[in-house]
Design a protein around this ligand. Structure first.
Ligand SMILES: Cc1cc2nc3c(=O)[nH]c(=O)nc-3n(C[C@H](O)[C@H](O)[C@H](O)COP(=O)(O)O)c2cc1C
Length: 213
């Protein structure tokens, strides 16, 4: 992954090409079918690490994000780095991969607190409780002393400031008819390249996809 300067302010360009915004919304906004996707980071020693997180798209803000503990490995590993995400929807037969500059929103960041509050509100009660009891234990406070509706200080969100997408629509009976497009953001505009479902030949200036071809 490329090194990128950490940003806390989102530069507002559309998070995905126009023609895929509805797809992004469909994949990442459902409460009934949560988008449990994979988030990749690298360690200090360049060892890749991947784990599942719950990605959410907030339509009102046109932002893709996930919640996490501000002491987690991923929070630290993403400082001054870019992130890679991947999600396959078996309902819609679409794989989306993206690269993004992370925007870290903990309770001290005034921008994006609305989104942090919304994500907290949408989280399951047992997860909220897990955050609060852990927080209270760490602080030596009675584990039950919290207001479940207030976002726990240890919960942050990471907003994906996307600059590359790989959108792959699977043809379930004829693999070669699957449709794959790679997009990257250049000077505020999304540029598309049609790609084989087997491999990509695209050379990206600001993305590692296709770098070795
Ligand atoms: C279905 C599922 C959903 C998860 N969602 C999240 C999430 O939204 N945020 C998160 O930080 N961890 C989530 N986790 C836990 C992570 O996969 C991971 O184990 C944990 O965050 C520690 O990761 P780290 O030490 O690499 O930071 C989820 C795990 C599963 C199985």
């Amino acid at each position: 992954m490329n090194n990128k300067v950490t940003m806390n302010k989102l530069q507002k360009t559309q998070i995905a090409p126009n023609k895929h915004l509805k797809t992004i919304e469909k994949l990442f906004s459902s409460n009934m079918f949560p988008a449990y996707g994979q988030l990749a980071t690298v360690t200090e020693n360049n060892i890749p690490q991947v784990r599942t997180v719950h990605f959410r798209y907030l339509k009102a803000y046109q932002e893709l994000m996930f919640p996490t503990h501000i002491e987690s490995q991923k929070w630290h590993q993403l400082k001054n780095k870019t992130l890679s995400g991947c999600y396959f929807s078996s309902r819609h037969l679409i794989q989306v991969r993206w690269e993004a500059t992370p925007i870290f929103v903990d309770q001290s960041i005034t921008e994006h607190q609305n989104e942090r509050n919304i994500v907290w509100k949408k989280m399951r009660k047992d997860i909220k409780r897990a955050y609060w009891t852990d927080f209270n234990n760490e602080k030596g406070i009675s584990p039950e002393e919290f207001k479940i509706n207030s976002p726990c200080p240890s919960m942050g969100i990471i907003i994906c400031n996307t600059y590359a997408w790989d959108i792959w629509k699977l043809n379930a009976t004829d693999y070669s008819k699957s449709k794959r497009f790679i997009y990257r953001l250049i000077d505020g505009e999304w540029h598309a390249t049609k790609s084989s479902p087997l491999y990509s030949k695209t050379k990206h200036n600001n993305s590692d996809w296709g770098k070795n071809e």
